[in-house]
Ligand binder design. Structure first.
Ligand code: PEP
Length: 256
């Protein structure tokens, strides 16, 4: 079996202020910089990217953005382009369900953002996930495969590409999927990656689970063979809880 380096990413969403973001970076630097065998990424709001970059410089903790526009520059008030991000961070979350739900994100716009990010050398965390209604209606597989196929249409991926499987009904609800359910669903996503890119790239792709992950349930997810880390929202705002999640991932899945 291939040894994929797990990746645990913190999505701070629209939380923190200048001072609390700085404090969170300081605390995480102290608590998780030394954790080996798992890639750690912190994704603050755009306005705190520079602060995070500075606060985490020289550490093993990487910085990511929560979104990116596809144009390089121009009259697009309020948008942030790939070249702007390239100087500030390595990763970028693309296609998060909150973007899909509240900001009109579609598979097509996700595809444009993924292309632009990759062309700039950024590393996407490509989010997919079904709603409760879609799962209850037996449409999970169809929805996810469509999101994967259309999101990645015409795009070449490289080894270690990151996908976050985030069932919409589990995000921010305190009701996570079970490890078994997440694992089974990730198998479907990996199978689709194999049909698009071949077995080797699919096996090397890292597929995270996201949705109400916390320090108490991380072990359940990391105990599953197909889950390669976590995308963490609410629980990533508390340094001690995020530290426990990273430590759990390293203990159960770490490659060091
Ligand atoms: C997320 O925002 O990607 C997420 C998974 O949130 P939470 O951990 O709060 O469910």
């Amino acid at each position: 079996m291939s040894r994929r380096t797990p990746i645990v990413a913190a999505n701070w969403k629209m939380h923190t202020t200048l001072s609390t973001a700085a404090e969170l970076c300081r605390a995480l630097r102290e608590s998780i910089d030394g954790v080996r065998g798992v890639e750690k990424v912190v994704c603050p709001p755009f306005v705190f990217l520079a602060l995070a970059r500075e606060g985490l410089a020289g550490s093993t903790i990487k910085v990511g953005a929560q979104n990116v526009f596809w144009e390089e520059k121009g009259a697009f008030t309020g948008e942030v382009s790939p070249p702007m991000l390239a100087d500030l961070c390595e990763y970028v979350i693309i296609g998060h369900s909150e973007r899909r739900k509240y900001f009109g994100e579609t598979d097509e716009t996700v595809n444009r953002r993924l292309r632009a990010a990759l062309a700039q050398g950024l590393r996407p965390i490509f989010c997919v996930g079904e709603t409760a209604e879609e799962r209850q209606g037996g449409r999970t597989e169809e929805v996810l495969l469509r999101q994967v196929r259309e999101g990645l249409g015409g795009i070449e991926i490289s080894s270690g590409f990151v996908v976050a499987y985030e069932p919409v009904w589990a995000i921010g609800t305190g009701v996570p999927a079970t490890g078994e359910m997440a694992n089974e669903t990730i198998v479907l996503i990996r199978r689709e990656l194999a049909s698009l890119y071949g077995g080797a790239l699919a096996q090397a792709a890292r597929i995270q689970y996201g949705g109400s992950v916390d320090g108490a349930n991380i072990a359940e997810f990391m105990g599953e063979p197909e889950i390669d880390g976590a995308l963490v929202g609410g629980a990533s705002l508390k340094a001690d809880v995020f530290t426990a999640i990273v430590a759990g991932a390293a203990r159960l899945k770490g490659t060091a």
